[in-house]
Structures are given as structure tokens and as C-alpha cells.
Design a protein around this ligand. Structure first.
Ligand SMILES: O=C(O)c1ccccc1NCC(=O)[C@H](O)[C@H](O)COP(=O)(O)O
Length: 254
């Protein structure tokens, strides 16, 4: 279950490297069982209080970030929650994003909102490295997406299935995904094109939750994603750089 696709020739070199590193990583001796905090419930609460549903990401660095942000993950997550974030995403990929499963664990203990695990997971056993409320699965990298979705749900986690094309959205829906991320960042070039969500949102049915990902920096970008049909959005860099609480509040405001 959770078999990996063959190396994808069209990927950016940094993404090929991080997939090679991910394929070597195996963590988790026994299946985790999570009493998960509901992501859809958190989005509903935000809507009811007039906040934009936002997953704020603890992102120490990345292949497109220069240098490493010197920020304590727990302090960052607490500031995000104080600023009105509905959920927190924590990178657990260590080699290219400066993340760790320990950081996620500490964040989840410190906040009461749902915590998404952001990583490049290729095999079922990798789900067991740490308990998270939700987990990112990237459609492009998983042959047995349906198996990984089921495996995540069996552990109590909500799978957020990331896509970048109409075909990937169809694959994700056929595999049973209920929360679909549309990534504005193309993993072939690492460039961000915000029209990706404009173009692809109509392919996501109203019955699914649509999360717009990457390149959302300003209130105008947020409004554009919402107008396209995003139920929520995932923001890393624009929140991490500068005053984290104020940045979150600015993007959550309507
Ligand atoms: O962010 C990167 O440089 C990156 C490079 C290669 C693969 C994935 C990458 N990002 C993962 C993400 O999904 C983003 O961290 C997330 O969508 C937040 O994006 P942003 O708000 O633009 O920091």
C-alpha cells in the first residue's frame, strides 16, 4: 500500500532530491491512532466568526527560501492561533524544509486547533512517525493514493490531497478525497501561478473542501482565492516573514 510512482522526469531538481531523501526515510514502528481535531469543524467555526479559514504554516525554510528562519515552532504556532488561524501546518521534512516530527508534536501539545503534517510521504509506515490531525498527501507522487487515503483515515487523520492539474483532481476525487488542496506552485518549475486556483477550482465539487495553497501573500491574493471558490487557504512564507501574529490577522480578516 502507498507505493511510489517512478521518478518523474518533469520535476524540479530540488523536488527530485527531496523525493529521493523521502524514499529512504522510514519512521513509525506501529500504527498511530489519533483522536483528531476536525479540520472542517475549524473551518466552520472561522466562517461563523467572520474569519477566513486559514491554515498557517510553520515553515523554517524551503528550496525557494533563502536562508533559515530563526523561529521557535511553538512560539510561531501560538502567534498564528492568536492571529486567528483555524489550523496550523507543520513541515516535518528535515532535509529541505528544516522541519521535524518533534516540532509537530510540540506544536500539537501547545495549541488546541487542528495540526496538519506537511511532508512528502510515500509509504504507509511513514504516516506513523507522528500523530497529526490531518496529513498532506501529494497526488502526483502516490500510485496508490486510495490506499494512502484509507490508511490515513484508519489512523484517525484527515487526508488533504494536494493537486496541481485537472487530472490530479479527478484522480483525488476518484480515490475518495474530501479535502483537496490546489497548489499554485508547480513542482516542475517551483514557480507560483495564482491563476492555477482560478482555473481548477470549478473541477472541485461543492461537496469537497477546497484549500488554495502557495503564493498567497496579500489580502488581494486571499480575496482572489476566495472568489475562485477556495473554502480555505494554506499560507507559509507570507506569515513566517515578519510579525507572525499581525501577518496572520491581516490574512484572516475579511
Ligand atoms: O515552498 C517551496 O519552496 C517548495 C518547494 C518544493 C516543493 C514544495 C514547496 N512548498 C511546499 C508548500 O506546499 C508550501 O510550503 C505551502 O503551500 C505554503 O506556501 P507559501 O505560502 O508560498 O510559503
Amino acid at each position: 500500500m502507498g507505493t511510489t510512482k517512478q521518478p518523474d522526469e518533469g520535476l524540479a531538481p530540488a523536488v527530485r532530491d527531496l523525493l529521493a531523501a523521502a524514499s529512504e526515510r522510514s519512521r513509525g514502528d506501529k500504527p498511530v491512532s489519533v483522536e483528531a481535531r476536525s479540520l472542517s469543524g475549524a473551518f466552520e467555526r472561522a466562517e461563523a466568526d467572520g474569519r477566513t479559514p486559514l491554515i498557517a504554516e510553520v515553515k523554517p525554510t524551503s528550496p525557494t527560501t533563502s536562508g533559515e528562519r530563526d523561529v521557535d515552532p511553538v512560539a510561531a504556532a501560538e502567534s498564528m492561533v492568536a492571529g486567528g488561524a483555524s489550523a496550523i501546518s507543520v513541515l516535518t521534512e528535515p532535509d529541505h524544509f528544516g522541519g521535524s516530527v518533534e516540532a509537530l508534536q510540540a506544536v500539537r501539545e501547545a495549541v488546541s486547533v487542528p495540526v496538519l503534517r506537511k511532508d512528502f510521504l510515500l509509504r504507509e509506515a511513514q504516516l506513523d512517525a507522528v500523530a497529526a490531525d490531518a496529513v498532506l498527501l501529494i497526488a502526483r507522487f502516490l500510485d496508490d493514493l486510495e490506499g494512502m487515503i484509507e490508511a490515513a483515515r484508519d489512523r484517525g487523520m484527515t487526508p488533504l490531497v494536494e493537486t496541481h492539474t485537472r487530472d490530479e483532481i479527478e484522480t483525488a476525487l476518484a480515490a475518495g478525497a474530501e479535502v483537496i488542496g490546489v497548489n499554485n506552485r508547480d513542482l516542475a518549475t517551483l514557480t507560483v501561478d495564482r491563476s492555477t486556483v482560478d482555473r481548477l477550482a470549478p473541477a472541485v465539487p461543492d461537496s469537497a473542501t477546497l484549500v488554495a495553497e502557495s503564493g498567497i501573500e496579500t489580502a488581494a491574493h486571499r480575496d482572489r482565492m476566495r472568489k475562485a471558490g477556495a473554502d480555505g487557504m494554506l499560507v507559509g512564507s507570507a506569515i513566517m516573514d515578519g510579525d507572525i501574529e499581525a501577518n496572520t490577522r491581516r490574512l484572516v480578516a475579511r
